[in-house]
Ligand binder design. Structure first.
Ligand code: SAM
Length: 317
C-alpha cells in the first residue's frame, strides 16, 4: 500500500508501518476516490484486511503491519475505489444488529428495511410471542417473506419471534443459497430448527402451494419486492447499478408498483382474514399503491422511515 494503490495511483509515499498508519492512508485514499463515508469504510476494510473487528482495530493502532497485510489491504481498497460495495468486499452487512453474509447475486440489506421488521414484530405481538413452536403447532403464527434475498427479513423475524414459523422464498438460486448460509450461521443454538423453511421458486406459486399443502393461510405476508423504475435505473449509484443483482432491483416491466400490485392481488388467497400484508416501498410510491389497495377493498396504512418517507405499506386482510 502506498499513497493510493499500485497501478491505481503510483504514489511515492512510504508504506504504512502500523495499523494506525494503514487506517489513515486508507481513509485518505477513499476520500480522494469520492467515497462518502470514507472514515467508516476505511475502518471496515482495514479491520477486514487485518482479520479484526472494528473495536479490535482501535485497540491495535500501534501494531506493526506485515507486507502480506499491506497487500491484502491494497487489494480491498482498489476494489472499493472501483465502487464495489463494501458489503460484497468483506462478505457481510449488519441488519437488525446481526451480521448477514452477502455476496454477488444477493441484495445488500438496507437499514430502511428494518422498519418492515419492526412492524412485523408489533403485529405478531398481537398474535402472541409465547413459547417456541414448530410447523405441526396449529397455533404458531405463520409468516412468509416473498423475495427473501439474504434472508434478512425472514431470519430476523424468526429470531425475534420465537413462536412464529417462517417460510422464506426467492426465485434466485444465489439468494436461497445465501439465505441458507445465514440460517446456518445465525442458528448456532438451534433456535430456528423446525421453524424456518427456505424455498426456491416464484414466490406467488410457492406460497399458494404451501397454503394448499398446510390447509391454512398465512398470518403475515412480508415482502421487499424490486421497485426500481426503468427511468430510475440509470440514476442509481455505481455501487448499486454495477454490482447488485438486476433481479433484486429492477421492477418487472419497469413498473415500480408491480410487486405491490401482485401482493395485493394475492393477499386474500394467501393471508387469513385479520392477517396483514407489509410491503416495502420506494420514494413516491405511496399514493399510487394506496389507490391500488383501495381499489381492491383494503384500507392502506403506511409506516414512515427516519426520513419521514412512507416506506412500508400495510393492509389488513
Ligand atoms: C429487493 S430484493 C429484497 C431482498 C431482501 N428481502 C432484502 O430486503 O434485503 C428482492 C428479492 O426478490 C426476489 N424476487 C424477485 N421476483 C421474485 C419472485 N417472483 N418470486 C420470488 N422472489 C422474487 C429477488 O431475487 C430478490 O432477492
Amino acid at each position: 500500500m502506498s499513497d493510493g494503490t499500485r497501478g491505481e495511483t503510483q504514489g511515492s509515499v512510504a508504506a504504512p508501518r502500523t495499523a494506525g498508519d494503514m487506517l489513515r492512508m486508507a481513509r485518505e485514499f477513499l476520500q480522494r476516490k469520492g467515497i462518502e463515508e470514507a472514515r467508516l469504510e476505511a475502518e471496515l476494510l482495514v479491520a477486514h484486511a487485518l482479520g479484526f473487528d472494528r473495536l479490535r482495530l482501535f485497540l491495535a493502532l500501534d501494531r506493526p503491519v506485515t507486507a502480506e497485510e499491506i497487500d491484502r489491504a491494497r487489494d480491498l481498497l482498489v476494489r472499493r475505489g472501483r465502487r464495489e460495495p463494501t458489503a460484497y468486499i468483506v462478505g457481510r452487512r449488519e441488519f437488525y444488529k446481526r451480521e448477514f453474509q452477502v455476496g454477488k447475486g444477493v441484495l445488500v440489506p438496507r437499514p430502511e428495511t428494518e422498519h418492515l421488521v419492526d412492524r412485523a414484530r408489533e403485529l405478531s405481538g398481537e398474535r402472541g410471542t409465547g413459547a417456541a413452536s414448530a410447523w405441526d403447532d396449529p397455533a404458531a403464527p405463520w409468516i412468509a417473506d416473498l423475495g427473501t434475498g439474504s434472508g434478512c427479513i425472514a431470519l430476523t423475524c424468526a429470531l425475534e419471534l420465537p413462536a412464529a414459523c417462517v417460510t422464506a422464498v426467492d426465485v434466485s438460486g444465489a439468494a436461497v443459497l445465501c439465505a441458507r448460509a445465514n440460517l446456518a450461521a445465525l442458528d448456532a443454538a438451534g433456535a430456528l430448527a423446525g421453524r424456518v423453511e427456505l424455498l426456491e421458486g416464484d414466490g406467488f406459486d410457492v406460497l399458494a402451494r404451501r397454503v394448499r399443502e398446510r390447509g391454512r393461510k398465512l398470518d403475515l405476508l412480508l415482502s421487499n419486492p424490486p421497485y426500481v423504475a426503468r427511468e430510475e435505473a440509470a440514476t442509481l449509484a455505481p455501487e448499486v447499478k454495477d454490482y447488485e443483482p438486476e433481479l433484486a432491483l429492477s421492477a418487472p416491466a419497469g413498473d415500480p408498483d408491480h410487486g405491490a400490485r401482485r401482493l395485493l392481488d394475492a393477499a386474500r388467497e394467501l393471508v387469513v382474514p385479520g392477517g396483514a400484508v407489509l410491503v416495502e416501498l420506494g420514494l413516491g410510491q405511496a399514493p399510487r399503491v394506496a389507490e391500488l389497495a383501495r381499489a381492491r377493498g383494503f384500507t392502506p396504512a403506511f409506516v414512515r422511515d427516519l426520513a419521514k418517507i412512507e416506506r412500508v405499506l400495510e393492509v389488513r386482510v
